[in-house]
Design a protein around this ligand. Structure first.
Ligand code: ZN
Length: 387
């Protein structure tokens, strides 16, 4: 078992607790102390002195197209699978993969195989079942069976509403899927939520609002993403969160948030509007295509998401006066709470040793995943099989 001592870390658990020393044994954090650790000289120990640099929990990216997404403007626009270092290099130590528009040529089997591949390469990976459309694309025949029988499947997503690419699902279809994921969540202890892709449609979050108000299903299982993509949608999300659900912001690449808010702007607004910050999360949409449609639904421009926009968003939010302790839980402990990952999203004894070191410019300089360094001094030390 490898043993690492990380000294003089400005530790964010994600709460800031000051300068601390950390003992990592194998894949776990074993001790945290303001005092030096005294270990016998005949044990091989790696000692790293951070000299006061910030040490954070690894990011949990709950929305990434790990198989590659896209394909919305012809087969040539299918994005290739995302290599592990695109995630780990950006500080993502746990990823949740999903299918989007293309739940036809992409399958849950293919998605699971990428989850297993990323695990073999050293990071934590899970997935949603389904995709944009109703009836859902599944492996076992239903979302409930996928969740109950397939260990990495934690819920349904990304299920599209208020979007011209959705299957125009009805209220009854939405609440039936929500009840499936809720019951499977109870049976397995998994997240048991339905993660909704929101488009630019005028109906915004009306389906979710009605489901929360009119059914017995708990608000937490209705989880909307891309809610910062336009301003009226974000305003609606600010109302919806008060009903008890979580909302997810997308860290769009720079220049791509028009006509909405960048995730950094949305976080600053959430602070200003006194929203419950512990129910806001941020994800990358990594590997997903970022098409821009005009008002007639015609494609005008194409890009794809990257996990590095998470740290870019963090830096942009800090520049807007948001504090690190306000935004950091949105990448870490809030996501872990929603997804029921008890050993993730925080730096604590017995939790997984998923760690990020920031340099003085708040860039991700070092990343440890499950006790192993994947990035040291801005250089990747572990890469994917074909990188
Ligand atoms: Zn989406």
């Amino acid at each position: 078992m490898s043993i690492t001592i990380i000294k003089n870390a400005d530790l964010y658990t994600p709460d800031p607790i000051g300068i601390m020393n950390l003992l990592v044994c194998g894949s776990k954090v074993t001790a945290i102390s303001a005092d030096d650790f005294q270990l016998s000289d005949n044990i091989g120990v790696e000692v790293i002195d951070l000299q006061g640099r910030k040490l954070l929990p690894g990011f949990i990216d709950a929305h990434a197209h790990i198989t590659g997404g896209g394909g919305e403007a012809g087969f040539a626009t299918q994005v290739p699978p995302v290599p592990i270092s695109d995630f780990t290099g950006a500080g993502v130590t746990t990823v949740v993969g999903l299918l989007g528009t293309d739940d036809t040529t992409r399958s849950i089997g293919n998605l699971l195989s990428r989850v297993y591949g990323l695990r073999e390469e050293g990071m934590s990976a899970y997935c949603w079942t389904g995709g944009y459309h109703y009836p859902l694309t599944t492996l076992m025949g239903s979302a409930k069976k996928d969740m109950v029988y397939l260990e990495p499947v934690i819920g349904i997503g990304e299920f599209a509403i208020s979007d011209h690419r959705s299957s125009q699902p009805t209220f009854d279809e939405v609440i039936r899927l929500a009840s499936e994921t809720h019951v499977a969540g109870l049976m397995t202890g998994k997240a048991g939520i339905i993660h909704f892709h929101l488009g630019d449609g005028d109906r915004k979050l009306a389906l979710l609002e009605r489901a929360i108000k009119e059914t017995e299903l708990p608000a937490r299982i209705f989880n909307a993403t891309h809610v910062n993509r336009n301003k009226p949608l974000f305003d609606h999300a600010c109302e919806l969160i008060k009903l008890g659900c979580y909302i997810d912001l997308t860290a769009f690449p720079e220049g791509f948030s028009d006509p909405g808010w960048s995730a950094a702007e949305a976080v600053a607004l959430a602070v200003e509007r006194n929203l419950p910050l512990d129910r806001i999360t941020i994800s990358s949409d990594g590997g997903g295509c970022m098409p821009d449609f005009d008002t007639c639904g015609e494609l005008v421009r194409m890009d794809f998401g990257r996990a590095e926009t998470l740290a870019e968003t963090l830096r942009a939010a800090l520049q807007k006066g948001v504090s690190l302790s306000q935004i950091l839980p949105m990448y870490t402990s809030n996501v872990a709470n929603l997804l029921r990952f008890p050993n993730k999203g925080r730096i604590a004894v017995d939790c997984d040793a998923d760690l990020i070191v920031l340099n003085e410019k708040n860039e991700v300089s070092d990343v440890m995943v499950l006790g192993t360094w994947h990035k040291r001094d801005h250089k990747m030390c572990i890469k994917g099989t074909f990188e």
